[in-house]
Design a protein around this ligand. Structure first.
Ligand code: NDP
Length: 283
């Protein structure tokens, strides 16, 4: 029991009750940013932001499962991860396919004995005005960016419960907050990711599972390559509008991901953290 400083104005029965400090169900790791012995599955961890995050988690000590479709690209990412001295595997997975997703979680658990961290990072984009989109284009973006997050989170949940807790990190976007005329399904899916994050955070807090999202600003990856190269004026507008006066790099998401994956964030859940060089604070 702990007797805190309770003001005299409080009723006697309150002042004389010992304050019960609830014990954390999962003991703190030896250091708050240490992931030694933890297992992380990163969707789309074979390139861009996903690989930047996977490398960050690996540097903090986690073993990594890379879940994506392109196996050559995944094999190269696994080699890079293993060079850091951790264990890594590649699992072929289309996040829109429920069987693939369940099999990916099962493969990860079989190889590493459990699952502690999921990073839902896989994402795609189709740039068109809303009235020019066909249903298939709309559906594909929603399926990868939003339904994929649901499928993987649902599949991972029982494994995290088995471990006594876990961390889910969902990758949103500036389009979780803003929109653009050519990004209707993308903005709808990324807004949905942030809202879905809050629902899961609320549902799974009792299981000691923290669910948060990261909203990256404009990052130089394959996804933005066409825009950067073919529409230089848009590249420049974005750069100039960003207080940091530059685009971000994939490795710059790693620090926030490590924070959200470790015991350092055990009392942080349901948030959406911008990592954007200040883009979202500018009017
Ligand atoms: P990339 O195109 O470099 O990476 C996308 C990743 O998603 C690839 O690894 C790809 O792997 C994977 N992926 C695509 N479709 C599927 C699928 N059906 N099943 C499984 N994996 C899939 O883009 P970024 O690194 O830029 O994007 C990563 C995330 O960050 C996305 O969610 C994106 O929306 C978000 N984001 C990006 C920003 C940016 O400026 N770059 C800004 C804000 C958010 P494979 O093809 O092998 O399956």
């Amino acid at each position: 029991p702990c007797y805190g400083l309770i003001p005299r104005s409080f009723p006697d029965h309150v002042r004389h009750e010992p304050i019960q400090i609830r014990k954390a169900r999962r003991p703190m790791a030896s250091a708050p940013f240490d992931l030694s012995g933890k297992v992380a599955l990163v969707t789309g961890g074979n390139g861009g932001i996903g690989k930047g995050i996977a490398l960050g988690l690996a540097r903090a000590g986690a073993n990594i499962a890379v879940a994506a479709r392109n196996q050559d690209k995944s094999a190269r990412a696994v080699a890079e991860l293993e060079a850091l001295g951790i264990q890594a595997i590649s699992i072929r997975c289309d996040v829109t396919d429920g069987d693939d997703v369940n099999a990916a979680v099962a493969a990860c658990v079989e190889r590493f004995g459990g699952l502690d961290i999921v990073v839902n990072n896989s994402g795609i984009n189709v740039r068109k005005l809303p009235h020019e989109l066909d249903l298939e284009e709309w559906q594909t973006v929603i399926d990868v960016n939003l339904t994929g997050v649901f499928l993987m989170s649902k599949a991972a949940y029982p494994e995290m419960v088995n471990r006594g807790g876990g961390k889910v990190i969902n990758i949103g976007s500036m389009m979780s907050i803003f929109a653009h005329e050519t990004l209707a399904p993308y903005a709808a899916s990324k807004g949905g990711v942030v809202q879905f994050t809050k629902a899961c955070a609320s549902a799974w807090a009792k299981d000691n599972i923290q669910v948060n999202s990261i909203m990256p600003g404009w990052i130089a990856t394959d996804m933005t390559e066409t825009l950067r190269i073919n529409v230089p004026e848009r590249y420049e507008t974005i750069r100039a509008r960003t207080p940091a006066q530059r685009w971000g790099r994939p490795d710059e998401l790693a620090g926030t991901a490590v924070f959200l994956a470790t015991s350092a964030s055990d009392f942080v859940t349901g948030t959406a953290i911008p990592v954007d060089g200040g883009y979202s604070i500018q009017s």
